[in-house]
Design a protein around this ligand. Structure first.
Ligand code: GNR
Ligand code: NI
Length: 168
């Protein structure tokens, strides 16, 4: 297993629209294992391919209290089950140390493939639903700060550029 490098905003690669996964071979299995290791080490509750510069429609997540419920979603699609939305404080491993309230669908149904290409679907609410929407956004090159005002987004960008300069 290996720890992967997580891209940080405003890295333009985070804006890449991911391709569907079609090959469920060894390379994909290694990528998934490495993504779990990277997510748990960060630590984070989710990690999308785009964040480790792999522009495939996939993400891993684990929202359990004891980090013992690893899940993989490949070629995911979700739909809201009703009109109810909820604000939740979000963070992103690609935008370290910045948190903001983001409104998202409260209850969703998600359909995806597992790591062997087998379809599954389930309903989700609360943190899991937020996380699935956040991760699916990554597969489209969308970041949670895109839902904030342009002014706030500009402040985040400045803060991140300063941070990257400081770490050189
Ligand atoms: O670790 C993470 N926490 C989090 C909190 C609220 C909503 C979404 C997330 S996902 C984030 C990890 C990450 O950046 N995934 O893309
Ligand atoms: Ni993220």
């Amino acid at each position: 297993m290996a720890l992967l490098t997580i891209l940080e905003y405003p890295d333009e690669h985070l804006r890449t629209v991911a391709q569907p996964v079609t090959d469920f071979g060894d390379q994909l299995q290694t990528l998934i294992d490495d993504m779990f290791e990277t997510m748990y080490a960060a630590p984070g509750i989710g990690l999308a391919g785009a964040q480790v510069d792999q522009h495939l429609q996939l993400f891993v997540l684990d929202v359990s209290e004891h980090q013992n419920d690893p899940r993989v979603y490949i070629n995911p699609v979700w739909e809201a089950l009703d009109d109810e939305r909820k604000q939740m404080q979000e963070g992103c491993l690609s935008i370290p140390e910045y948190y903001a309230e983001v409104p998202r669908a409260l209850r969703i149904k998600v359909s995806a493939l597992d790591r062997h290409g087998k379809p599954f679907e389930h309903e989700a609410d609360g943190l899991l639903a937020h996380c699935i929407q956040h991760e699916t956004d990554h597969t489209k090159g969308v970041l949670f700060i895109d839902y904030l005002s342009p002014l706030k987004r500009e402040r985040v960008k400045k803060k991140m550029l300063k941070r990257h300069k400081a770490s050189v």
